[in-house]
Write a new protein. Structure first.
Length: 434
């Protein structure tokens, strides 16, 4: 090739690379601008309420109900700490995030926040001083909360006893602790949105959609996340592993997992109200949701949630691939089941109504992942204590009794016996889900 031609080609390549870099920087800049610039600043946000008007008791009571619907105390109350005073650590793949103080303390809580500041946090994911909040605080769902409900929540939190407890600094890895990185994340994955009722749906469905997508933030657990922690399809509720907890939140759309048919509605309402219903028992993270939140919801709202979930577009979760009947030796698992499980769950996995869940034909047993079964055997299975089921039966932990191979054997037997036909469990899977 002639030197001049080679020089011209090199020059074109360099210009192309430079142009590509400039376009990439422009795209990043626009993304960051979107993350920061989602709300016009008018100078009014963040002004302290020095002389707040008397808050109607009805609004405070409504706010207390909404706080339970959103399970706010679940994250904003440290174990043994004052309610809503923050300090609870929330583990994420990117480091530890600590929940803030929501009491009306002037120094460490929301005492200097206005109602508009609070709504801006829910709707835009911004603190009073304009800082971008980490989406561990699920503003990606709370963005759908109405201004009236936000004001009622604010009224309730202002009615609490102030607790002076400074917020703990987050312990996030670089670059996730950077506001610029957070702005980039928001530009890619977050857009503030107000819930808009579907005019083609009845009021009950719309109320259920509002609760599930908004304050209930169900998709934060029941949806998959990408590598950067953003929800892939939160409204589909297609199931997903709960980060750092080794529990699987099953699909609420698949009939093979936890999807609802129309005749399931009342049993589902009972599950959210009491923590137990027929073959269903709320355990693990869901037990905490029932204990702190859904048991306090009124029947109308619970029925609305059920109606919305019933009408989710049905999806088909991947089927297990059963091994041929003679390919697995189930004798070890069968013996372990007989010695440790049969007294409560029955020799045929039939369970005991109102006490011990049946294992035969139970969708929780045949999920594609054995994660929840592993957690239950290792740490025990406990339904929440509720007003409708104040003394629930429980299952003891077997971490000190059975090793990984024995747990794999008994779970394989349970998932294969009585026509269940689910895939076997290996000792490696038991180790991975601990």
């Amino acid at each position: 090739m002639h030197p001049d031609a080679r020089s011209q080609m090199t020059s074109r390549v360099v210009r192309g690379v430079v142009a590509l870099l400039l376009l990439s920087l422009l795209a990043i800049g626009l993304t960051i601008w979107r993350g920061y610039g989602d709300e016009p600043m008018d100078g009014q946000a963040g002004q302290p309420m020095t002389s707040p008007s008397p808050m109607a008791q009805q609004q405070v009571e409504r706010g207390a109900y909404l706080a339970r619907a959103g399970n706010c105390a679940g994250c904003h109350t440290a174990r043994g700490g004052a309610p809503y005073a923050g300090g609870a650590g929330i583990a994420t793949p990117f480091g530890m995030v600590y929940a803030g103080n929501l009491t009306p303390d002037l120094q460490s809580g929301l005492g200097r926040w206005s109602a508009r500041d609070f709504w801006r946090a829910l709707h835009f994911g911004r603190s009073r001083d304009g800082r971008l909040l980490y989406p561990v605080f699920p503003y990606t769902s709370y963005s759908a909360v109405s201004r009236d409900d936000s004001d009622a929540l604010y009224a309730y939190l202002r009615s609490l006893k102030p607790v002076n407890q400074p917020n703990m600094p987050h312990a996030l890895e670089f670059p996730y602790r950077s506001q610029i990185a957070l702005a980039l994340w928001r530009g890619l994955f977050f857009k503030p949105a107000v819930f808009t009722p579907d005019p083609l749906k009845p009021a009950q469905w719309n109320r259920g959609a509002y609760l599930v997508r908004g304050l209930g933030h169900c998709g934060q657990c029941h949806a998959e996340r990408n590598a950067l922690g953003a929800l892939k399809a939160p409204d589909e509720l297609g199931g997903g592993m709960i980060a750092m907890q080794h529990w699987y939140a099953p699909s609420l759309a698949s009939r093979r997992e936890a999807g609802l048919a129309r005749d399931d509605a009342q049993q589902f309402v009972r599950l959210l109200k009491t923590g137990i219903a027929d073959a269903r028992t709320a355990m693990g993270p869901m037990a905490d949701v029932v204990y702190r939140s859904t048991q306090y919801l009124n029947p109308t709202d619970l029925e609305a949630i059920a109606q919305y979930l019933i009408e989710l577009p049905a999806t088909d979760a991947p089927l297990n691939t059963p091994a041929p009947p003679d390919a697995l030796d189930l004798s070890s698992g069968k013996a372990i089941y007989r010695d440790h499980c049969a007294r409560c769950h029955g020799l045929q996995g039939e369970g005991a109504p109102g006490a011990y869940a049946p294992l035969a034909g139970n969708r929780a047993v045949t999920l594609g992942t054995p994660a929840n079964l592993v957690q239950t055997v290792l740490h025990g299975g406990y339904a929440p204590a509720t007003a409708g089921n104040p003394r629930p039966y429980g299952m003891p932990p077997y971490r000190q009794t059975l090793n990984d191979t024995q747990i794999a054997d008994v779970l394989t037997f349970i998932r294969r016996a009585w026509g269940n036909g689910a895939s076997p469990v290996s000792p490696l899977e038991v180790m991975q889900h601990q």
